[in-house]
Write a protein that binds this ligand. Structure first.
Ligand code: GUN
Length: 299
């Protein structure tokens, strides 16, 4: 059986094309365009790349994009003041503070400061609560939603399947658990979450129809840990040394790609799998926030 490569680049391209079309329609009918503000505190190189990509994609789709880069030593109060300014700006519909932030910043307080109506990351407890109870009126979290869209548009139905998630982060593991177990079409899975204190992770992953690796460990999931034909979704982005490249390093996922691809039924590559979906869903949330702000929200 040959493995199917789930092409996140192609699927995110479809999602972005639809977003661009709806954005143009919104401008034509209502004279508004979505606005997103991305705040980066400090100069973490990976975060610089991520926020750069978010701003670029926003502009490509016809959004207003405000990029705010604050110094590493920025005080909590100064960041909160910036968020308050953006909360009050009617031309900004989505606000995102790139994580991780420097030590002096209390990320919980930052998340709470963002107007839930502009919380396009879906990190605010108000939106996380809505997600958990299956209230579709809020936002969906970008990376987990991206995973769901990858499955849906690849014709993979989680209903009745056993999905095993590796990792219990607030950004991926926990919200993906909520999405996969919802009583809705496209979900309805039985979900197990494994984490750093799970004694025998392979015992669970070998039973899984769908494995989602979001554990932050390079090539953690090996072929002997999956059952033949399993669907493998790799959320990991790890930089590892590679003397054969010009930079001396390269990006790999949480999955030992070659050996797992030889046994799996379907797999996402890194890069080009989940990564581009996160940005596509962020843009979709920003469009939605804009639509909601003027009272035109599609179902
Ligand atoms: N850092 C890593 N992923 C994310 C994300 O989805 N949103 C934000 N704000 N920070 C991140």
């Amino acid at each position: 059986m040959s493995v199917r490569i789930i092409d996140g680049k192609a699927i995110s391209g479809q999602v972005n094309d639809e977003t661009a079309e709806m954005t143009a329609d919104l401008a034509k009918r209502h004279g508004v365009r979505p606005g997103i503000a991305v705040i980066l505190v400090g100069s973490d190189p990976a975060s610089q790349v991520y926020v750069g990509s978010k701003g670029k994609k926003a502009r490509e789709l016809g959004f207003r994009s405000e990029m705010i880069v604050l110094p590493e030593a920025t005080a909590q109060e100064a960041l909160l003041a910036e968020i308050a300014r953006l909360n009050a700006d009617p031309g900004i519909h989505g606000i995102l503070v790139q994580s991780p932030t420097p030590r002096q910043i209390d990320e919980r307080a930052v998340i709470l400061a963002i107007d839930p109506a502009k919380d396009v990351d879906c990190f605010h407890p108000f939106n996380v609560g809505k997600l958990l109870i299956g209230d579709t009126d809020g936002f969906l979290p970008c990376t987990p939603w991206g995973v769901m869209v990858l499955l849906e548009r690849s014709g993979i139905r989680p209903a009745g399947k056993h999905a095993v998630i590796l990792g219990r982060s607030n950004i991926v593991g926990k919200p993906l658990l909520a999405l996969l177990m919802q009583k809705t079409a496209g979900a309805d899975a039985t979900v197990t979450v494994c984490h750093s204190r799970t004694p025998d992770i392979a015992m669970f992953t070998r039973q899984a129809d769908i494995v989602v690796a979001a554990i932050g460990k390079a090539r953690f999931l090996t072929a002997e840990m999956i059952k033949p034909g399993a669907v493998v979704i790799d959320v990991g982005i790890n930089r590892v040394a590679d003397p054969s490249t010009k930079s001396g390093s390269r990006l790999v996922g949480d999955v030992a790609y070659d050996e797992v691809a030889a046994k799996a039924g379907a797999i996402t590559p890194v890069p080009g799998g989940v990564g581009p979906m996160t940005i596509a869903m962020l843009m979709r949330n920003t469009l939605r926030a804009c639509q909601k702000s003027i009272g035109v929200v599609p179902a």
